[in-house]
Design a protein around this ligand. Structure first.
Ligand code: NAD
Ligand code: GLY
Length: 356
């Protein structure tokens, strides 16, 4: 294997490896054979990714001894629902996948979340490998085992924790991403930098996120792997990875999912940082630095929705427990904390961050 491929172990039970580098999809069959015996592999992808990468993946899997079938669904968050999930499950059954077989999620976070959930519940759980093709999926969603679909009432409300058997991040896939989808991934990478890495943040703030994407992915994945190893099921530290997501998910929900996840998280991050500064929780000028970094990476720093509408949507989120909701508050770049508030205070907290 080429020296330029980085491998990051994730020490969950069972453990798995995240491979990062160029040319991985053309060699995915051989790489997966290092961890999996030949089996039937159901490749799940969307109708934008299929014409770009499905043939390459299937050819490589077949050459390595896997027997392959594929299912293609319409691209976009609107597909991440029960109807598509049910179609995937019926497909797996029609194709006679058994407990020793495997699902491959080829695509962005929508494909990864939904194919991962299908694998987690089909026959009470079969293996899944993640083949992320967006920056967002590479830096965040393909690692950590959170799988889900959206319900009418809110985002990711049905799902399962189910770690993948392997993750292959082929950085060549980034070359076909539209600029706005690339920016969605930048939002999650900036979130990671605000959580843990001032030097990474400075790189992004200087507009150098795209200079060496493999390095950026590796640093984000290494950080996330550590968090997931310590708190796989989101009981404590892992909640920090939701920085910007309470308001972000509310923005997605209020927009009827027309605003994509990464853009919504960016606005949620900027709004939360302004709230934290104005309420005296964070060190000035964190809000200006975060907004500057997001703008440099072609991301929004605000929203037209009202604090009341956002708070109503946020209270449908998983992060609410009884009469309280936990927010992730940035204190300074590289350091964040969890703050639990009565739900009655949420509108005022969001409102503080909406004023420019
Ligand atoms: P996505 O999967 O919808 O992909 C965005 C668009 O890019 C789609 O139209 C897709 O077809 C297209 N695309 C994908 N790869 C491409 C490529 N290489 N070239 C050209 N086009 C390509 O969205 P996303 O931004 O990747 O993921 C967002 C989803 O991820 C949301 O549903 C979010 O909730 C979820 N998410 C999950 C986690 C987790 O931990 N499980 C973390 C963050 C986000
Ligand atoms: N993206 C949030 C998490 O994986 O916990």
């Amino acid at each position: 294997m080429s020296d330029s491929i980085q491998i990051i172990p994730v020490r969950t039970a069972p453990p798995y490896r995240v491979h990062i580098g160029g040319g991985l999809l053309t060699r995915c069959g051989a790489i997966l054979r290092e961890d999996l015996a030949p089996c039937r592999m159901a490749v799940i992808t969307d109708d934008t990714v299929a014409p770009l990468y499905l043939n390459t993946v299937c050819a490589s899997l077949i050459a390595a001894g896997f027997s392959v079938c594929s299912y293609v669904f319409p691209a976009g968050e609107a597909s991440k629902n029960f109807t598509t999930l049910a179609s995937i499950l019926e497909f797996l059954a029609r194709e006679n996948l058994t407990r020793t077989d495997c699902v491959a999620a080829l695509g962005g976070g929508v494909t990864g979340d939904m194919a991962g959930f299908a694998a987690a519940v089909y026959l009470r759980g079969i293996r899944c490998v993640q083949l992320p093709t967006t920056l967002l999926a590479a830096v965040d969603s393909s690692v950590g085992g959170k799988t889900a679909i959206d319900l009418t009432a809110g985002k990711n409300l049905a799902g399962a924790f189910s770690q993948p058997a392997a993750v292959l991040c082929d950085t060549d896939c980034l070359s076909t991403l539209p600029a706005s989808v690339y920016a969605d991934g930048a939002a999650e990478a900036i979130k990671t930098a605000v959580l843990c890495d001032e030097s990474l943040f400075s790189l992004f703030a200087a507009g150098r996120l795209t200079t060496d994407p493999a390095q950026v992915i590796a640093r984000c994945v290494a950080f996330k792997a550590g968090v997931v190893e310590r708190d796989e099921k989101d009981h404590g530290e892992r909640k920090l990875l939701n920085l910007g997501h309470t308001v972000g998910h509310a923005i997605e929900q209020c927009s009827g999912f027309r605003i994509p996840h990464g853009h919504a998280v960016a606005a949620g991050l900027a709004i939360t940082a302004r709230s934290a500064e104005r309420l005296g929780w964070a060190r000035v000028p964190i809000a200006r630095r975060i907004a500057g970094c997001l703008a440099e990476n072609h991301l929004p720093t605000g929203t037209g929705f009202t604090a009341e509408a956002l708070a109503r949507a946020a209270l449908l989120d998983k992060k609410r427990t009884g009469g309280e909701i936990t927010l992730v508050i940035p204190l300074e770049i590289g350091q964040c904390t969890l703050k639990t508030l009565p739900v009655t205070e949420l509108t005022a907290v969001i409102a503080a961050g909406l004023e420019a």
